[in-house]
Design a protein around this ligand. Structure first.
Ligand code: ADP
Ligand code: MG
Length: 347
């Protein structure tokens, strides 16, 4: 009986019908889908876990770990964090050091000053930027591993995990899927953080469209990424921005300059193999970091990462910079894009 069902399942046996649920979490639409005997439980538990994690990192909730940390800024007191949040900050600090502060969760005062994506977005004065920058610096966020605690050394500092929380949340849901033996499924956190397992309902690899960075229609693709047992994240200057005097000001800040990064990139997509620890968190963090670093430095940095990580960077001249095996894997690449070869030749 088991055997018959196993054989039939590949042809669409009823038990393997994908389960799918959507909800608003972390200010974005999340869709979880899964196939397998325990798909329903995995999706339900996964969604509950996302709501739980949101409560830990939400800047709006006064009791969240992030809010408590910010409230205590400058007091000298250590704030004990939940293990997931501690881990999130520990990885963030590791990459802040590795990127010389291009990625920096303490950029919050600058994020707030520019207000990109809010109703008070504006170009601040150089004096305002200098003032906010004094409150930014990853070295001023201290962590204590023994007690899973953290503190911000100066009053007025902030922490913004908006660039990484969804990736960490995807990893946590992925763990739940593993416990339920889910082999096939898709975690989609707002389109920018994705985790694909196995195959889709048609038995094919999942196919993720990379959005065209300059078309208003979010459905317009510039390439397609087939994805199996991998996390994928994208950061782009088209997600949240405002324009003034012909200049685009977007939501990814270069903390060292105190302003939206003008690194010459329009979008960064990174994938990480499921076998890598923190695959979702890493892709989410690296897209933001590489966006700030720009094409040359960003690609160079990515090439120092282990195999299993690969990147596709689109610069403002529609030149596509790829690392690892990305160039071979991308499909339906728009003719607008030119591949940058490591030999230094454009193709
Ligand atoms: P999205 O949330 O749209 O997927 P990203 O993952 O690229 O976008 O993250 C951008 C968010 O990260 C910003 O909205 C801000 O909250 C935060 N952020 C901006 N600049 C930095 C930076 N240099 N380092 C760390 N976080 C940043
Ligand atoms: Mg990110």
């Amino acid at each position: 009986m088991m055997l018959i069902c196993a054989a039939l399942s590949s042809l669409g046996c009823g038990a393997d019908k994908p389960i799918q649920k959507s909800d608003m979490v972390m200010d974005t639409v999340v869709t979880l889908s899964a196939s397998g005997a325990e798909a329903e439980a995995a999706v339900t538990e996964g969604m509950a876990r996302l709501h739980e994690l949101e409560k830990l990192v939400s800047p709006q909730l006064p009791d969240s770990d992030v809010s408590r940390l910010v409230q205590m800024a400058g007091s000298g007191q250590w704030v004990e964090l939940h293990p997931e949040v501690y881990h999130l900050l520990a990885v963030a600090q590791d990459y802040a050091a590795k990127t010389n502060g291009a990625f920096d969760v303490t950029a919050k005062p600058l994020v707030d000053l520019w207000g990109v994506g809010t109703d008070h977005s504006r170009v601040p004065s150089p004096a305002e930027i200098a003032k906010a920058q004094k409150l930014v610096g990853w070295q001023k966020l201290e962590l204590d591993e023994k007690t899973h605690s953290a503190r911000l050394t100066e009053a007025g500092m902030g922490v913004d995990v908006g660039g990484i929380a969804k990736g960490m949340a995807a990893d946590e849901v992925r763990k739940i899927y593993r416990r339920h033996g889910i082999k096939d499924g898709l975690l989609n956190l707002g389109g920018s953080s994705i985790y694909a397992l196995g195959v889709n309902g048609e038995g094919q690899p999942w196919r993720i469209g990379l959005r065209h960075p300059r078309k208003d229609d979010a459905q317009e693709k510039i390439a397609v990424m087939p994805l199996t047992d991998e996390a994928l994240s994208t950061s782009g200057d088209y997600e949240r921005f405002f324009e003034e005097d012909g200049q685009r000001y977007h939501h990814i800040i270069d903390p060292r300059l105190g302003r939206p990064a003008q690194s010459g990139l329009m979008s960064v997509t990174i994938t990480a193999a499921d076998k890598l620890e923190d695959a979702g968190l890493l892709t989410d963090l690296l897209t933001t970091a590489v966006f700030v670093l720009g094409p040359e430095q960003g690609a160079r940095f990515l090439r120092t990462m282990p195999s299993g990580i690969s990147g596709a960077l689109i610069d403002s001249r529609y030149q596509l910079w790829t690392t690892h095996d990305m160039a071979q894997r991308l499909e339906e690449v728009s003719q607008e894009l030119q591949f940058w070869q490591e030999s230094g030749e454009w193709q």
